[in-house]
Design a protein. Structure first.
Length: 157
């Protein structure tokens, strides 16, 4: 098994980059559109560089992961460094304007499973698959939130 893995998942959303960036960097709002997830953060609810964020995933096998926001380029990029377990490594979210909306891409760069259980899970191929499925699910939830709940204002600032 390679020591780390990389992946990119993207989805087109009928919303301006500012709306998408806001939904991704306002932790209180994110907890609302991402059911099954609770979010804890240092400082205010709006993301800032060096802020520590902890996501707790409620599922059959609940788990949590934490990261530090390492960079913000509103409204186009968010950079994160995962710390601890079950994953360590870097990721970024990139929001690119397109006709009628924006493309949102989650880039996982050199993500490494940490701890014996995570390494075993990834060695079986289950970690990569479940991580990809969760990323796609998050993108679909973001799309639904912005297009259905804010459809009248999704393309206006």
């Amino acid at each position: 098994m390679p020591r780390y893995y990389q992946s990119t998942h993207s989805l087109f959303i009928q919303a301006l980059p500012e709306k998408i960036f806001g939904a991704l960097t306002d932790w209180a709002a994110r907890a609302q559109w991402r059911p099954g997830l609770s979010v804890e953060w240092e400082g205010g609810a709006q993301a800032f560089v060096h802020q520590k964020v902890v996501f707790r995933v409620k599922s059959l096998f609940p788990y949590s992961f934490s990261y530090r926001v390492t960079g913000l380029e509103p409204p186009h990029r968010i950079y994160m460094e995962y710390t601890g377990k079950p994953l360590a490594g870097r990721s970024a979210v990139e929001i690119t304007p397109e006709e009628g909306g924006s493309r949102v891409a989650f880039h996982w760069m050199k993500v490494e499973p940490r701890g014996p259980l995570a390494r075993f899970y990834f060695a079986l191929g289950l970690g990569t698959r479940s991580h990809a499925n969760r990323t796609r699910k998050t993108l679909r939830m973001l799309k639904d939130y912005l297009e259905k709940n804010g459809s009248s204002e999704a393309l206006s600032v």
